[in-house]
Design a protein around this ligand. Sequence first.
Ligand code: ADQ
Length: 483
Amino acid sequence: PLDARRVAPASRVLIVSNRLPSTVRVDEGRVQLTPSAGGLATGLRGVHDAAGSTWIGWSGAPAELPSATRREIALRLAEVDALGVPIHGPEIAGFYQRFANGVLWPVLHDRDDHPDPDPDDWATYRAVNARFAAVVAEEARPGDRVWVHDYHLMLVPRLLRARRPDLRTGFFLHTPFPDSMASLPQRRTLLDGILGADVVGFHTPAYAARFGDAVRATLGRDVELASGAGFADDDGRAVSVHACPMSVDAAGFAARATDPRVIRRVQELRAAGGPLFVGVDRLDHTKGIPERLAAFERLLDERPELRGRARLLQLAVPSREDVPAYRELRARVEALVARVNRRFATLAWQPVTYVYGSVDEVELSAMYCAADVMLVTPLRDGMNLVAKEFVASRIDEKGVLVLGEHAGAAAELRAALLVDPRDAGELSRAYARALDMSPAERRVRMRRLRARVDAHDVRRWADECLALLGADLQASERRGPGR
Ligand code: ADQ
């Protein structure tokens, strides 16, 4: 018999996020596309390739470009099934740098050391969200599913509902949901914006519960939630709220661990001998990089036998360099690295190797596979995919994961050495414990970690989220590769 889905026109998934999977740079009139950094882009890219979706977002280039260049950008983006939303230079500063990254990002990570939100920046945030909603409303065909991502676009679900009530819309927040949004005067509008969706997703049940509390307290709406799943009332319409932890391409990382180029690089990284600690992060305040370095310094102070042997390889991918607080953080980290090296380095040995930059997938996998101890110690983190990438890479069942308990990943990766990174003593004791751990214990822990990540990979995350959204991923996949 004929499979109905084979002949029915498949509904598309429209992925909507601030950035696209590729970032556009225009260099002397020439358009270049490079893969976007960060967890959202890395994690969703595979889903996009497999699902035949269309991805709507900002290209990374300001809208003030000659029309020929704009046309070329649109064509190049179309080749990767992406559609650009124009954002002008001054809007980038107000919407992206100041309101989203300068105010919302710290609030969502429970930091109150952010500047007061500027009313003009808030107006720009609203205007850019309205533009996103307009582009989606224009692009969406009846039956398409819209999947909106992250804190830059909290108003889009409500704005889209006003324009296209026929569309089913999901919203996924990649950051934590904070204990308190009290320092944010715009919280009512933002929460109401999210509640315009049909399905709202978070990484952990705790975030979903805090969202429920905020909706109840701030908007006075009924919310029923148990163990990270339930509903919130939006004037008689039930909005599904659920926890669904994002993950990584576990099979892909496992396969790469056997790539000869990776194996060669692992040998090089380990050639010096001695225990190797590794950290891989976007350079961001939430990642706890200064705390991690200070704890390494403390370890060298307290365990003199490690001097001349132990090394920390810290990779920091440049991020938000236009935001002043990020430039200050960079200077602080670099000063700390210099201090530890000044204090302990010998002619034959340098304790900290710090690289400010992006690396390719071979080098990244080699770092994961070479690590004796992987340090993932954010002060707060929505999920943290680096922890899962490390685990997925360790087919040898060696290596110890030291994981900050305030990362969303800590809710799942219980077999890691869980630490409070704000406690310098506890952190450096965890480093020592990782070094002293017996091979048998390492293996048992790594097996448990790997079982979790293998069973809950990024594909499962996408399937679960999209199933709630009612998207038929199987059907859209039948359009085949090359889309
Ligand atoms: P991020 O804060 O960007 O993501 P994370 O989840 O760790 O953090 O993802 C970072 C990604 O960038 C990883 O895929 C990693 O491999 C890659 N990466 C980091 N440094 C790199 C380097 N120097 N070179 C190359 N690649 C590098 C946000 C939230 C997280 C959440 C994700 C997904 O802050 O909490 O896990 O979204 O929801």
